[in-house]
Design a protein around this ligand. Structure first.
Ligand SMILES: [Fe+2]
Ligand SMILES: [Fe+2]
Length: 200
């Protein structure tokens, strides 16, 4: 159906019906790796905040409020602290790479490094929840002017992160932390693949 407004013809939507259809389908989900909520008809293939896979999502009304309340062993505390430093360092590096790409008018690399900065910051924030501290601010880091060189360094950083998190997963006695580090290994492997594609 169309109507005339101010001389132009615009399509008239049946808002009542559209609302009913949308309301019936969308739900609130929560990611168990970062804790952030997501609205959609189904859980995303990757968490838009931390990159975790669909399987880590639950419907928000089934959220366990103790997800981040874990009695940490000394080893897991030490490993979480090391993971926090790693994430902050990688986030700061990607932030520098993002700015370098913007300066070079490289839109693809700008988008990629911007997304990676956000995801690694989110990891730092999730780790801080286990440690019961506020997520520290990012420090300034240097990087290369060239996106190819930053991609190569990004690959090396992700490779290092994957190896560290696999060790942390194996050293964890808490099932929740085994799961958390498993998810981080999966996410950083996605990042590694993303960089590898650009290095071919
Ligand atoms: Fe998430
Ligand atoms: Fe990360």
């Amino acid at each position: 159906m169309s109507v005339m407004i101010g001389g132009s013809v615009i399509k008239k939507y049946n808002f009542e019906r559209l609302g009913e259809e949308t309301m019936a389908k969308v739900k609130v989900f929560r990611c168990r790796i970062c804790g952030d909520p997501y609205i959609g008809t189904e859980a995303p293939t990757r968490c838009p905040f931390c990159g975790a896979k669909t399987t880590y999502f639950v419907e928000a009304d089934k959220w366990d409020t103790n997800e981040f309340n874990v009695n940490l062993s000394d080893v897991s505390r030490k490993n979480l602290e090391a993971a926090l430093q790693l994430e902050l360092d990688n986030a700061a590096f990607y932030d520098c790479a993002k700015k370098a790409a913007e300066k070079a008018n490289d839109h693809y690399s700008f988008a990629k490094f911007k997304a990676l900065t956000k995801v690694e910051r989110e990891h730092a924030s999730a780790i801080s929840k286990f440690l019961k501290i506020s997520a520290p601010e990012l420090e300034k880091k240097t990087c290369h002017a060239n996106a190819q060189a930053n991609t190569k360094e990004g690959w090396q950083r992700e490779d290092r992160a994957i190896k560290s998190y696999a060790t942390f997963r194996d050293e964890a006695t808490e099932s929740r932390l085994q799961e958390f580090f498993t998810a981080l290994v999966e996410i950083e492997t996605d990042h590694l693949d993303l960089h590898a594609k650009y290095l071919k």
